[in-house]
Design a protein around this ligand. Structure first.
Ligand SMILES: Cc1ncc(COP(=O)(O)O)c(C=O)c1O
Length: 395
């Protein structure tokens, strides 16, 4: 069956097709059936004791993932809603912030801060590189900035920033640290309290392996969110009260989405955070080395390569739309470039629920798709390398 012409009903009717179609984009990521089924449970009253218990346990598990004993806000919305809430509740008009931009999503942080009257400087890293301690030390030692904002993983270029080191420097200069962890949380380690990350934002649809629809903002222990920029929806005081108990109704929680997140977090806890981060590290290495074995150039350079997504330049003469079409026709969905990199790169997400055989299937499909488009490779060269990486690490 040609996947390109399936409509949503067919996906639902032929459940087995859905399970064979690989969603290998950098979010939304594959959602486990168990989680999808949990999501289909009857909708409870959002102010019932039963739902409050699920909500409470969900927040407790999220705190473990963020590495904080502070507080977490969970609201209906995409990751950008989390950015808006996180920025509004940590910065005030007249403050000066620096955004460490490693790609497309850096502008989201800058825009969110500007919209509340924060003076924003954007410092851009060379393409494919993240920021090191030294860059940050130099920037913050001037004493100009109240806050530093950055992506933990910049999805558009698959670049990782060493937030642990950057936050340590920022703390030395008394600068607030606001991190977009939308593409990292659940797949790469975050220790907000230990590292000194004041605010960290994520969404449900990436490494937390839950469908899109929830925005999550965490505040480190001891950080008091600011109420200066509250709006009707992004009202941190009222939302925090609702997080204490959903009986303190302010906005209606996305009840079934919370079931899904609860389900997925239980899976995460069962796997164990360390094991999960290690798995992401190994899978990233398998994909990255596999792509390099095909002669492809990765966008991110070491040591700035993310463990949740990989981006590579399209080889000369290979058009993105054609590569996408060949992959899609073979049942694997990958992503293209964003902004200025549209048509120049492709991206593979390897986060959340993804398994070793899905990594191999994706690379194998990429090999055949590239061959179909006339790119000369030795069939099996990517999967050979990836197999070795996976095998060495016990997969
Ligand atoms: C790092 C990063 N920040 C922000 C966003 C925006 O999130 P959303 O599309 O969920 O609003 C994304 C989405 O891909 C992202 O990867």
């Amino acid at each position: 069956m040609d996947f390109m012409f399936l409509n949503l009903d067919e996906f639902i009717i032929y459940g087995e097709i859905l399970s064979r179609f690989l969603l290998m984009i950098p979010g939304p990521s594959i959602v486990n059936y168990e989680t999808l089924l949990d999501m289909a449970k009857p909708t409870l009253s959002h102010v019932s004791a039963e739902f409050d218990q699920i909500h409470r346990e969900t927040l407790e598990m999220l705190k473990k993932v963020f590495g904080t004993s502070g507080s977490v806000i969970l609201i209906p919305g995409s990751g950008t809603a989390g950015i808006e809430l996180g920025v509004r509740s940590s910065l005030k008009p007249g403050e000066k912030a620096v955004v460490l931009k490693t790609g497309f999503f850096g502008d989201y942080l800058a825009e969110a801060a500007r919209r509340i009257g924060v003076k924003v400087d954007v410092i851009e890293s060379p393409l494919g590189k993240g920021f090191g301690e030294e860059n940050v030390k130099e920037l913050l030692s001037r004493g100009e900035y109240d806050a530093v904002l950055l992506q933990h993983v910049e999805t558009s270029v698959a670049v990782y920033n060493p937030v642990d080191k950057i936050a340590k420097v920022a703390k030395k200069y008394g600068v607030k640290v606001i991190v977009d962890g939308i593409a990292s949380i659940g797949g790469m380690e975050m220790k907000m309290d230990e590292w000194g990350v004041d605010v960290c934002i994520t969404g449900s649809q990436k490494s937390l392996a839950t469908p899109p629809g929830l925005a999550i903002v965490a505040y480190r222990s001891g950080f008091i969110p600011l109420t200066d920029n509250e709006t009707l929806y992004f009202n941190v005081s009222k939302l925090l009260s609702e997080m204490e108990s959903t009986r303190n109704y302010y906005i209606t929680p996305a009840v079934n989405m919370v079931y899904a997140l609860y389900s997925s977090l239980n899976r995460i806890m069962k796997e164990g955070l360390e094991a999960r981060y290690k798995r992401h590290e190994v899978f990233a290495k398998a994909v990255q080395e596999g792509l390099e074995a095909l002669g492809l150039k990765l966008v991110a350079e070491e040591p700035f390569r993310a463990n949740t997504v990989t981006a590579a330049y399209l080889p000369n003469g290979i058009e993105w739309v054609k590569l996408y079409g060949e992959m899609h026709a073979r049942g694997v969905e990958i992503a293209g470039g964003l902004g200025a990199l549209r048509g120049k790169i492709f991206r593979i997400g390897h986060m959340g629920e993804v398994t070793a055989h899905e990594i191999i299937a994706t690379l194998a499909t990429l090999e055949r798709s590239l061959m179909k488009l006339g790119y000369r490779i030795e069939p099996g060269s990517a999967i050979k390398v990836a197999q070795e990486v996976l095998f060495i690490h016990g997969f």
